[in-house]
Design a protein around this ligand. Structure first.
Ligand SMILES: Nc1ncnc2c1ncn2[C@@H]1O[C@H](COP(=O)(O)OP(=O)(O)OP(=O)(O)O)[C@@H](O)[C@H]1O
Length: 548
């Protein structure tokens, strides 16, 4: 009688040589682990402790025939090898602060047959990692950040892609929006991912190109603020080479090109919420990190005027904006995200394999199933909350927005893929109070714990500046009002600090001209080659390569 169970994969275990030491090397396909340990620990090592390394197959970067170093081979002849038969395994090694490095180890086999058996077994097991990309489209911004995009890609990323057997088509952009426009034309189907080498602006270009392309292909009108956008299944990789690299930092935990390249090679997948921003029935932009009016809008306005200062422009402009201390009047309406499990002040940080994001993912799947069966999913329209006032800042963040300058970010407990954004309202306050609020972003204290700060977890919101409410809203474009210096109405005396012109919206570091906007969160609209920020303690229990 035949058994119903598939045959158990056989464990391959051999004695191979590594750095002139005999090692017991084991490939356990059942547990997806490659491990090795020295049979006789080298002098100076603790002999009572069996040393060894275990690497999950999921973290092997590549396996290949070793490049033979003649000198080394000659010194190996004592092992009775008449021909060199060695293979090299490259794998991920975790360093401090979420930094990854590609480590390599070479094993020497006593005969050709054993060598091919190992090579075949390792190739077979890597073939099963079907989520890994084989072909990538790469866009390089040669002018982002310190203008080192090309150099970073060629020196740190391309050699790793090539070692991992990834084919690439590389486009060095020639003008702003080159990547975005190109994504409307290329045959994206033939790629497993799109990689951008640059900063947040470059990522935003690729994001707009890809989402726009998918909506075009599936006949979705992106000008309709209520349209159900089609999800993009092609993943985006970010090789950080910009000034801030906020999206990379918040999804991987570090701005490091080699770490990002390794996440791409391993085929990581992190779903990400995207917010659409509209003015009436006109699409303006997509945002994945910060949509900020008031303080962060003004910081961007000044920093754009001073691009020649390079990355330092953000500090200069932040300081200047703080000194000007403007507040803006208007009304904010929003619908709370009632179904999400977390709240902005619960201190539950979004980490890799985040439970809250996974729950949203399940809900999204169920919603899509219901829609596929013909039932309409309807949002409730009756739970709008409106807040009127004078604001120093209105920020909607769909991720923590952590970056090296602000390691906790604007909303430390915001989630990457829960389908919501944290709406932070900083009401008019003294300069000192505002400074206290800003300083809290760099400390462990709750930055929302002030009487002038409110935070809500929302699925959408609308903002109307004060003067816009007083005007004929159907015919007036707010951007042009600002430009014409239309007299502004402040309900207090002019000395109240309310600004006479509007601020602008800062949408992921790009300016938006219109001030009256509506924003909606699209749950897990795109996917990144990332895994969220690893919780070092948890990850240690689950897998990483470690000395046992
Ligand atoms: N070849 C190019 N010439 C001029 N501008 C370009 C080119 N390629 C891309 N851009 C534009 O440059 C802008 C800034 O690029 P990028 O985001 O890479 O760097 P950055 O602004 O220094 O970094 P960050 O956005 O992280 O602060 C983007 O908005 C992008 O559209």
């Amino acid at each position: 009688m035949e058994s119903d169970h598939p045959p158990l994969p056989t464990v391959l275990c051999s004695v191979l040589s590594m750095k002139r030491q005999s090692c017991e090397v084991t490939l356990d396909p059942g547990r997806s682990l490659l491990s090795w340990r020295e049979l006789r620990p080298r002098r100076g090592r603790d002999r009572s402790r069996p040393g060894g390394v275990t690497v999950p197959v999921a973290e092997i970067v590549s396996v290949g025939e070793a490049e033979i170093d003649e000198k080394y081979y000659n010194s190996m002849k004592w092992q009775h090898m008449c021909k060199p038969h060695a293979f090299t395994v490259r794998y991920v090694q975790r360093k401090r602060k979420h930094r990854w490095r590609c480590k390599e180890v070479t094993f020497w086999c006593s005969d050709e047959q054993l060598f091919y058996q190992w090579l075949q077994a390792l190739h077979d097991i890597l073939e099963q990692q079907t989520h890994r990309p084989k072909r990538l489209l790469v866009y390089i911004n040669p002018y982002g950040g310190k203008k080192r995009g090309k150099q970073i890609y060629e020196n740190k990323v391309a050699p790793l892609f090539s070692a991992a057997g990834i084919c690439t088509d590389v486009i060095v952009t020639e003008y702003a929006n080159h990547a975005r426009d190109n994504l409307y034309e290329v045959n994206v189907e033939k790629y497993d991912g799109v990689v951008c080498v640059g900063g947040d602006g470059m990522f935003s270009e690729v994001l707009h190109g890809l989402i726009g392309r998918v909506q075009k292909d599936s006949d979705v009108d992106h000008n309709n603020p209520n349209a159900q956008l089609s999800r993009c299944n092609i993943r985006i990789g970010i090789i950080p080479a910009g000034s801030t690299d906020c999206v990379c930092y918040a999804t991987i935990g570090i701005n490091d090109p080699e770490t990002s390249a390794l996440h791409i090679i391993l085929g990581d997948c992190q779903p990400l919420d995207v917010c659409s921003v509209h003015h009436k029935r006109t699409f303006l932009k997509y945002s994945v990190s910060l949509l900020g009016y008031g303080f962060y809008g003004d910081v961007l306005k000044y920093s754009e005027k001073n691009r020649w200062l390079g990355p330092a422009r953000y500090d200069v402009s932040g300081f200047k904006t703080f000194l000007t201390h403007h507040c803006y009047e208007g009304s904010v309406s929003f619908q709370p995200a009632k179904w999400v499990l977390g709240s902005p002040r619960d201190q539950i940080i979004c980490t890799s394999r985040c439970y809250i994001c996974r729950q949203s993912s399940k809900q999204l799947e169920e919603q899509q199933k219901t829609q596929a069966c013909g039932s309409e999913h309807r949002d409730q329209d009756d739970d709008w909350t409106t807040i009127k006032g004078k604001f120093m800042a209105i920020n909607a963040v769909s991720m923590s927005c952590a970056c090296p300058r602000s390691p906790k970010g604007l909303s430390p407990a915001a989630h990457l893929g829960d389908g919501s954004a944290d709406l932070i309202l900083v009401r008019k306050c003294s300069r000192l109070d505002f400074l206290r609020h800003l300083i809290r972003h760099t400390s462990n204290k709750d930055q929302f714990d002030f009487p002038f700060v409110e935070v809500y977890r929302v699925k959408n919101f609308q903002f109307t500046p004060k003067h816009f409410e007083d005007e004929d809203t159907e015919s007036t474009d707010i951007g042009s009002i600002g430009k014409k210096n239309f007299p502004q109405i402040c309900t207090d005396h002019p000395s109240c600090g309310c600004n006479h012109v509007n601020s602008i919206w800062n949408c992921d570091g790009e300016t938006v001209d219109q001030t009256a906007i509506e924003m909606r969160v699209h749950c897990q609209l795109i996917k990144l080659f990332a895994r969220g920020i690893e919780n070092a303690k948890l990850e240690d229990d689950v897998n990483p390569s470690k000395v046992l």
